[in-house]
Design a protein around this ligand. Structure first.
Ligand code: TYM
Length: 336
């Protein structure tokens, strides 16, 4: 990637938190797209480890989860030689710009974030200031690289809208400083639902382990989870109202195989839900199998991973520093 990214191809930025489990929802909603976009755009990707401490982390497990996430995203096809892929906490401009943007973000705006409301209910004993101001850090991540597009799942749309508002506000006060980014959503898979309650999104924080599929789940576990997936009493494989479970399974099948929902319905005409659930499970297992194999290679090659994330962080720092310097100057800080 050349240093002049801001003048040439469109720029893409996205990040994922390194929680213990990366789900099929993360993969279909975000990661699979990240991989596809690498050839046509200048992409930068990150493991959002600064975001992750808004909930309490065990230090040893956290360190391992960050490295696992890095290896897993590479196993999915992120290529740091093409797309700088770094660890957020290694690039100090993120935390610095986040502080600045906090001062251009309103309390009322942050209070309306549904993720904040959900998470503060779930972690009622630890509603920390970081959980509240988390969207300003996400805005900093994106705006530092003057990103045009941000590939995310639907659940992050509200944060992206806020990012746009913050950027427009800043530009309104100081003149053009930030590119206003657009969201980029998968055609299928942008909202993968829970296998146990298909009115809720698939989430790694769900207490019911049968609700989500992890990218590192064993094949037999994946099959079991799909066989237990909640459906309906209609017994026809087609998209329809009140068929949330089947709609979700068709969405997953479509995202994995590239077939349209109509083609999937035709394939399963006259067949029962049992056959369909088995077929979706098998398709997911086949999609994930090579990823798991590559993951095992990468995670056993820590020196290689380290070389990649160091080089990417250097590049990201260099690029993001330009935006940060511009911001500081506009606000009126004395140059260093
Ligand atoms: P996170 O780590 O919760 O999720 C990572 C990505 O996965 C998508 N996703 C889903 N997509 C479809 N169906 C689902 N069930 C599902 N669950 C998760 C998310 O939409 C996201 O794209 N704040 C972000 C991480 C972040 C970020 C950023 C993203 C930090 N800085 C800058 C973009 C740009 C987060 O917590 O995502």
């Amino acid at each position: 990637m050349s240093e002049n990214v801001q003048e040439k191809k469109k720029v893409i930025f996205s990040a994922i938190q390194p929680s213990g489990t990366i789900t099929l929802g993360n993969y279909l909603g975000a990661l699979k797209n990240w991989v596809k976009l690498q050839d046509d755009y200048h992409c930068l990707y990150a493991v959002a480890d600064l975001h992750a401490i808004t909930v309490r982390q065990d230090p040893k497990a956290f360190r391992q989860n960050i490295l696992n996430a890095y290896a897993l995203f590479m196993a999915c096809g992120i290529d740091p030689e093409k797309s700088p892929f770094f660890i957020q906490s290694h690039v100090h401009t993120h935390a610095e710009l986040a502080w600045v943007l906090n001062c251009y973000t309103q309390f009322g705006e942050l209070s309306r974030m549904t993720q904040f409301k959900d998470k503060s209910q779930k972690h009622a004993d630890n509603i920390n200031a970081g959980l509240f101001t988390y969207p300003s850090l996400m805005a900093a991540d994106i705006l530092l690289y003057q990103a045009d597009l941000v590939p995310i799942g639907i659940d992050q749309k509200q944060h992206l809208e806020l990012t746009r508002n913050i950027a427009e506000r800043f530009n309104g006060i100081y003149g053009n400083t930030f590119k206003i980014p657009d969201g980029y959503y998968a055609k299928t898979g942008a909202k993968v639902m829970s296998l146990q309650d298909p009115t809720k999104k698939m989430s790694k924080s769900d207490e019911n382990v049968n609700a989500w599929v992890g990218l590192l789940d064993k094949p037999e576990t994946i099959m079991k989870k799909f066989k237990r997936a909640v459906t309906d009493s209609d017994a026809e494989v087609r998209v329809g109202e009140g068929k949330d479970g089947i709609n979700n399974l068709i969405g997953i099948m479509s995202a994995v195989t590239g077939k349209t929902p109509d083609e999937i319905t035709a394939d399963f005409a006259g067949k029962g839900y049992g056959d369909f659930k088995t077929a979706v499970g098998e398709a997911v297992v086949e999609e994930i199998r090579p990823i798991q194999e590559r993951f095992n290679d990468y995670i056993n090659n820590k020196d290689y991973l380290e070389a990649q994330y160091r080089k990417s962080a250097e590049f990201a720092l260099h690029l993001s520093q330009r935006t940060l310097d511009k911001v500081m100057k506009k606000i009126g800080y004395l140059p260093k």
